[in-house]
Design a protein around this ligand. Structure first.
Ligand SMILES: [Mg+2]
Length: 328
């Protein structure tokens, strides 16, 4: 097996788990190239030769792995997303065992699924256009402000940094959003407008019930509450009803589509999978890229491809090697 690992040392708590993974993955005769991301390095450059490997492992938080997944869109590269970040929502949404030796085993088995990406195009306040990929969700308004305020605390506080940021933004501004979705125009007032590929967040909470990252659709989510305290209602509803099929999601309105253009009444702060853009943006567009990546999953995942022949009995990377492989 020839394996490429791209790792962001600055993700999350600077976890060393990726090195444990590497040790568990490799066997006699294997070759592994480990690339540490440099500040400002482009995904296209670090992944230029990705097709020459049997497997690419993307190690970092959701922001890092999303930009790398976007660099691999529609390329024939078997990819493992390794959770080295603070939230690691991609792995959470896939429902795989996010533990180094279990992930290493899943890579050798090589069972994989095709997942969608979101492609975000936005116009900044100077009129320049920018393009980014997202695998979980992007948002403007309150959520982006929270991400921005949480940045300083993420290394030391982890997920707690997000909650601290929520309560330092108790009265976020309400904006008017004009949403053009697949030929229909919707107008709403809210503190936040998000577009998501999939919507499970920490503690198994699904913001939108039944959202998936292989359905070729994006979810538009509008938070209509005018203050952070009011958000406690949908938050509590989501804690007691993870899936949202009993209580629904009070104060949250959602739509589903493929091509979404959003124009807020005033420039808004922007985030994509937890990365924030340095200035407010004037307008943005999100398009779904169906089945853009081939992602390794294990038997625990609710995602599976019935046409995939790889299994524990028929591993992609050799049964002999797997026989000597440690159990997770
Ligand atoms: Mg989806």
């Amino acid at each position: 097996m020839r394996c490429l690992i791209v790792h962001n040392l600055k993700s999350g708590f600077g976890s060393n788990a990726i090195f444990e993974f590497e040790r568990a993955l490799l066997n006699e005769g294997d070759e592994c190239v480990l690339r540490i991301l440099k500040e400002g390095q482009r995904a296209d450059d670090v992944l230029a030769d990705a097709e020459s490997f049997d497997l690419a492992v993307l190690s970092g938080g959701d922001g890092t792995t999303s930009s790398l997944l976007y660099g691999l869109r529609y390329r024939d590269v078997l990819t493992c997303v390794f959770p080295s970040g603070t939230a690691n929502l991609f792995c959470l949404n896939l429902g795989i065992a996010a533990e180094p030796s279990a992930l290493a085993r899943a890579c050798r088995v090589g069972r994989c699924v095709s997942t969608d990406l979101g492609e975000l195009t936005f116009t900044d306040i100077h009129g320049s256009r920018h393009k980014r990929g997202f695998s979980i969700m992007m948002g403007t308004g309150f959520d982006a402000q929270i991400m921005r305020d949480a940045v300083a605390g993420k290394q030391t506080l982890g997920a707690v940094a997000y909650f601290t940021a929520v309560f330092s933004n108790v009265h976020p501004p309400v904006r008017h959003f004009v949403i053009d979705m697949d030929g229909t125009t919707i107008e709403r007032d809210g503190i936040s407008c998000l577009v998501a590929n999939t919507t499970q967040i920490q503690a198994g909470i699904e913001i939108v019930p039944d959202s998936r990252m292989d359905d070729g659709l994006l979810e538009v989510i509008i938070l209509e509450q005018a203050d952070a305290v009011g958000l406690l209602r949908p938050l509590i509803a989501s804690i007691v009803d993870h899936k949202g099929d009993r209580l629904g999601r009070p104060e949250i309105e959602t739509f589903r589509g493929q091509h979404i253009r959003i124009t807020p009444s005033l420039p808004v702060p922007l985030e994509y999978d937890g990365e924030t853009y340095e200035e407010p943006v004037a307008s943005y567009e999100a398009v779904v890229l169906p089945a853009a990546n081939r992602i390794v999953v294990d038997g625990l995942s609710s995602y599976h491809d019935p046409s995939d022949s790889a299994s524990e009995e028929n591993p992609r990377f050799g049964s002999g090697e797997l026989a000597s492989f440690p159990e997770p």
